[in-house]
Design a binder for this molecule. Structure first.
Ligand code: ADP
Ligand code: MG
Length: 442
């Protein structure tokens, strides 16, 4: 074997799809009698990655970014859906075909401290994928490793050193060299600079940009630092609770986000200017459990632009309080799921139902509730106190559910440049989202 066995020379056509993802799901667990519902880490996402681009992937911690990245390159097996890589569905590959395919796609991990084996020399680490794929002769491999070490800005003499002797930035360079060894077309960069000092971050980012040009690489760049994403990516996908909420050209999306979740996320960037703090949305509550995601829109429990049910005339403050109350009741009902009553009594979970009065006090004491709304809230609270939180949850749903609770939105095209956003507001029958921030600030 020789170097010609690596990537076949083909005319590079930037912009055409390299990866086409449709209906992709990755669920963890859920099998077995005592397992409880599965964790829906990735729950039905569809998008394309274009050849030669850097696609950003952002979202709060736990929303499924790493799982999506790992599933795209077959470090995880998809639960459902399709990943076409150069037209071939890789979710069903196995055995030798899978092994052969693996050289096309590699990953750079977030934590350079734990992702390298400290018992191996730098040379051995970078060489390992070449060995695993039986690449070239012994001598070819050594030459290639030395080239790679130089490509990532390290020196020949580092070949025989151990990673423990290196700084975080240098360790990340080693990880990148290793990922490049088999000339992949596609790399998943999973928060590659998050664990590094700010001064080092810029150097690693410019290294990644240079390597992309030099080797015609396509990147999925996962990050939670939005300023890094804005700087380095061509397009960006915004993820929440296993779902892609919005996807589009980076600059356009950042300057004019369409989806309420993107708007919330962008306005939550910590800004040094204290006067800018006025425009920040603090998202109420925390994301629901991926074991028990909302039936309708994943973001419905926290959405500042949620469509309200007809027949009520309530202020946004009251709606906020109602949604937070519903969230608390939902949490209680989750405890109810799966844990037998006897166990619950023994561990004292029932006693936690008593503090529902405090919750009511905290949420509603300063608000003016119309009597019919108060009656619904009290009805739910009484069911919680009686140890029937699931009933309380249903009681609240039948009174306060809107389309956002009941129905999954469609992924709507929202601009001429191919931006897509997952929100009922884009449907013809509803007013458009508009700038949520203006709606919120009096
Ligand atoms: P992110 O990278 O956005 O922080 P992850 O993809 O790591 O999110 O995790 C998404 C969800 O899947 C989380 O709820 C996490 O706890 C869960 N998860 C991730 N990996 C596993 C696993 N191997 N087994 C079970 N649950 C997992
Ligand atoms: Mg992650």
């Amino acid at each position: 074997m020789s170097e010609s066995d690596l990537r076949p020379e083909r005319p590079v056509r930037p912009g055409e799809p390299l990866i086409e993802v449709s209906g992709l799901k990755k669920h963890y667990g859920g099998d077995g009698v005592f397992a409880g519902p599965p964790v829906k880490a990735v729950d039905g996402v569809s998008f394309t990655v274009k050849r030669g681009e850097t696609l950003g992937l952002v979202g709060e911690s736990g929303c499924g970014k790493s799982t999506l990245g790992r599933t795209l390159i077959r470090l995880e097996r998809a639960t459902d859906g399709e990943v076409l890589f150069d037209g071939e569905d890789i979710t069903t590959l196995s055995g030798r075909d899978l092994h052969k395919w693996r050289k096309n796609a590699q990953m750079v991990f977030q934590d350079p401290q734990s992702s390298l084996d400290d018992r191996m020399t730098v040379g051995e680490i970078v060489r390992e994928p070449l060995d695993a794929h039986g690449w070239g002769t012994d001598n070819d491999r050594k030459t290639r490793v030395l080239d790679l070490i130089q490509d990532v800005g390290l020196q020949d003499e580092h070949y025989y050193r151990y990673p423990a002797q290196f700084s975080g930035g240098q360790r990340q360079r080693i990880g990148i060299a290793r990922a490049l060894a088999l000339e992949p077309e596609f790399m998943v960069l999973d928060e590659p600079v998050s664990a590094l000092d700010v001064s080092v971050q810029a150097k690693i980012i410019s290294l990644l940009e240079r390597l992309q040009d030099e080797f015609d690489l396509t990147y999925l760049f996962i990050a939670h630092d939005l300023s890094v994403v804005r700087h380095i990516t061509d397009r960006v996908a915004v993820m929440y609770l296993g779902k892609v909420m919005e996807l589009g050209e980076t600059e356009e999306l950042f300057s004019n986000p369409s989806n309420p979740y993107t708007q919330s996320l962008l306005s939550a960037i910590p800004v040094p200017d204290p006067t800018a703090g006025d425009h920040r949305i603090t998202l109420p509550g925390s994301p629901p459990s991926p074991r028990d995601p909302p039936t309708g829109c994943q973001f419905s429990t926290r959405c500042p632009a949620k469509i309200r049910p007809e027949g009520y005339d309530l202020s946004e403050d009251v709606w906020d309080a109602i949604e937070r109350f519903r969230e608390i009741v939902r949490e209680r009902s989750r405890i109810d799921l799966g844990v037998p009553d006897l166990v619950k009594r023994r561990v004292g979970l029932f006693s936690r139902y008593d503090d529902i009065d405090h919750t009511l006090e905290d949420l509603f004491a300063d608000l003016d509730l119309p009597p019919e709304v108060e009656e619904i809230i009290d009805g739910a609270a009484n069911r919680v106190k009686a140890g029937r939180p699931s009933e309380a949850r249903k009681h609240l749903s039948s009174a306060f559910n809107s389309v956002c609770d009941d129905k999954r939105p469609d992924f709507h095209e929202v601009s001429g440049s191919g931006r897509q956003s997952y929100c009922h507001r884009h449907g013809r029958e509803y007013e458009d989202v508009g700038p949520v921030i203006e709606r919120r600030t009096k």
